[in-house]
Write a protein that binds this ligand. Structure first.
Ligand code: HEM
Length: 154
């Protein structure tokens, strides 16, 4: 593994970990274990935050990686990447809302938001892992570029 793959590998592992913790946390509340639910969900939120910190520092210090696969898949990949990024931003807002509702003890609303947040996060994690596989495992060799250039394939 080269140095430029280390940051994405760490950040993708944090997305996966976070999604697993959210799934465990959901199961715990269905079993009525409120305190464990709270602890595991906070751990899930911290894992998501660590993902974000790694992602941002990689973007600043290394840049983002451009598509290294076949040209005919580039447009499809770009659409998929933008979908993933938008979903991640939506999930972050939903996550903050869900946590805020929990800490204000507005549990009826928290329950509704929690279901949407957790489901959105699962799709975000799955699409994020897919982007990682496409960019670093299936079609390695794309160059590292500043963020805006890499997203729009400039
Ligand atoms: C981002 C973090 C969190 C997520 C994604 C989340 C998700 C959920 C979900 C999906 C449910 C409903 C389960 C169902 O009925 O299907 C739920 C319920 C609940 N959550 Fe969370 N949760 C989070 C954080 C917290 C925290 C920090 C607390 C405590 C302060 C908490 C306390 C509760 C309680 C007490 C319920 C049960 C509500 C009821 O029975 O009406 N949650 N949560």
């Amino acid at each position: 593994m080269t140095w430029y793959q280390v940051f994405p590998t760490i950040s993708t592992s944090f997305i996966a970990l976070s999604a697993i913790l959210v799934a465990i946390g959901w199961r715990l509340i269905l079993l009525g274990k409120r305190e464990s639910h709270q602890k595991v969900m906070i751990a899930g939120a911290i894992a998501a935050l660590l993902f974000f910190l790694f992602y941002v520092s990689r973007t600043i210090f290394v840049g983002n990686t451009e598509w290294g696969g076949p040209d005919n898949l580039k447009t499809l990949y770009t659409i998929f990447l933008v979908f993933h990024i938008v979903l991640a931003m939506v999930a972050a807002v939903f996550g903050i809302t869900t946590l805020t509702l929990a800490f204000k003890k507005r549990f009826a609303k928290h329950r509704k938001w929690g279901r949407v947040t957790a489901s959105t996060w699962f799709v975000t994690a799955a699409t994020g892992i897919t982007v990682y596989v496409l960019l670093y495992l299936m079609y390695p060799g794309g160059h590292t570029k500043p963020v805006i250039d890499a997203i729009f394939g400039l």
